[in-house]
Design a protein around this ligand. Sequence first.
Ligand SMILES: Cc1cc2nc3c(=O)[nH]c(=O)nc-3n(C[C@H](O)[C@H](O)[C@H](O)COP(=O)(O)OP(=O)(O)OC[C@H]3O[C@@H](n4cnc5c(N)ncnc54)[C@H](O)[C@@H]3O)c2cc1C
Length: 473
Amino acid sequence: MIYIGLVVLKSQEDLDPHHVGSRGLASAPEPRHPPKNIAIVGAGIGGTSAAYFLRQEFGPGVKIDVYESGTVGGRLATEAIDGRDYETGGSIIHPLNLHMKQFVDKLGLSIRAEVPSKMGIFNGKELTFEESDWFIVNFLRMMWNHGFNPLRMHMWVEGLLDKFMRIYQYQQFSYSFSTVERMLHAMNGDEFLALLNQTLEEAMLAHGFSQTFINEIVTPISRVNYGQSVRLHAFVGAIALAGAESGQWAVDGGNKRVCSGLLYHSKAELIPARVSNIALKTRPSKSGTITNFYELNYVGDSGSAHSLYDIVVLATPLHLGLSDISFSGFSPALSSHFPGHYHQTVSTLVHGRLNVSFLDAKRKASDFFVSEISTTDGEKLGISSLSCLDPVHITPGYTRPPASQTAVWKVFSPEPLTEEQLKTLFISREHVSEKRWLAYPSTKHQSVKLRPSSSITASITSVLSSGRRQQWR
Ligand SMILES: Cc1cc2nc3c(=O)[nH]c(=O)nc-3n(C[C@H](O)[C@H](O)[C@H](O)COP(=O)(O)OP(=O)(O)OC[C@H]3O[C@@H](n4cnc5c(N)ncnc54)[C@H](O)[C@@H]3O)c2cc1C
């Protein structure tokens, strides 16, 4: 559910910042008049789905402008290598992401054909786990090593997702929440809020999971999905674990097609410009009262300009280094930057041949079929994960090349890979491209109580726009 992470500024008077109720878009009471014009900042999945829903809500009479300083899709992005496109940002979608399912149907898109893959866990010296082709072998091996921990983890995550699904009911009845705390509370009482104030490790230990299971299985999952260890807070940690459930999927042709489709469908105007400032202004209304509106200042190809709006939706993170929008005229003042920072994940796509001996000294490359490798905290090379990518469109007869052949690999790492690291990982390289993402909030748990509203919104966005196989790739 993409909408949750958005900040909505509305121009109606007497806004009650703590309002929770139906048919309000964020924290405002029932609008007296439908808005005439709405600005959305950001054309990622958050902004484009906001445009779609706002068009449904207000009909053809409202003018919707979507401002985008980069590329439509935002953190849903692809990279072309050797004539084929590959996902370099958000790549898998969770099966319980009902909005993405609905969008794909509505826009006439389809789900990408699945290519079987094999998962492994690397501890810096060797593969400590390698998925078998046989379900029963995986099951027995897991039982032998970790008892009922894997099954209990599945049930724990399912239980949390079950509560999370309540968001769809709230949406169906047009409920909105003025703070993330209130929304989480509505979904699951104090339990979700409690998860924000402990690490994933603490929460799982408290639920009776073993430390070995956490180190060997849970840590690789949180590293591949959030580039962070089990010391991230438990809510986001649980979302990472949800990304390891089966049934994950992706959009044929690239996930970002949903964004361009929604934009087209909403008949919004795309304005390629960077929004620099939003100022709250007032003007007298016919009835003699004072009405608020927003002046949105932006810089586009033809220089600086401004436009006036009744509603502004901020569909981009406001943390340092991301959107850099200043706000004026608000009381209390709005800060340009949310507290906390975003975690850097560097996504390096390498078209080349993997150095299998680095992962398994005894194995011949032609016998190596592991395609998704997560790492434990002890891994020394400095990578979070390594996966063999399939193109966004699977043509009939496509098979993923074995490790002995040239293939497209994606490496997630907290820092850009050095030449030395690349040499260690690959025998040959035909093409290397690097994308530095400020990917998701850095959710390292601190001893002080976290305020969820500052760091959690993108994570909520993530699980519901998340998805394919066992992990985010
Ligand atoms: C490497 C990586 C892997 C991921 N893997 C997964 C995954 O497998 N599954 C999953 O569910 N999620 C995944 N995520 C997270 C997911 O991609 C994001 O949660 C989601 O795409 C965020 O969408 P958004 O619309 O909220 O923000 P964004 O996509 O960041 O969109 C915000 C847009 O606003 C624009 N913008 C910013 N400032 C301004 C401004 N001042 N003026 C105008 N425009 C502005 C930006 O250019 C951007 O396009 C991943 C993210 C990354 C980076």
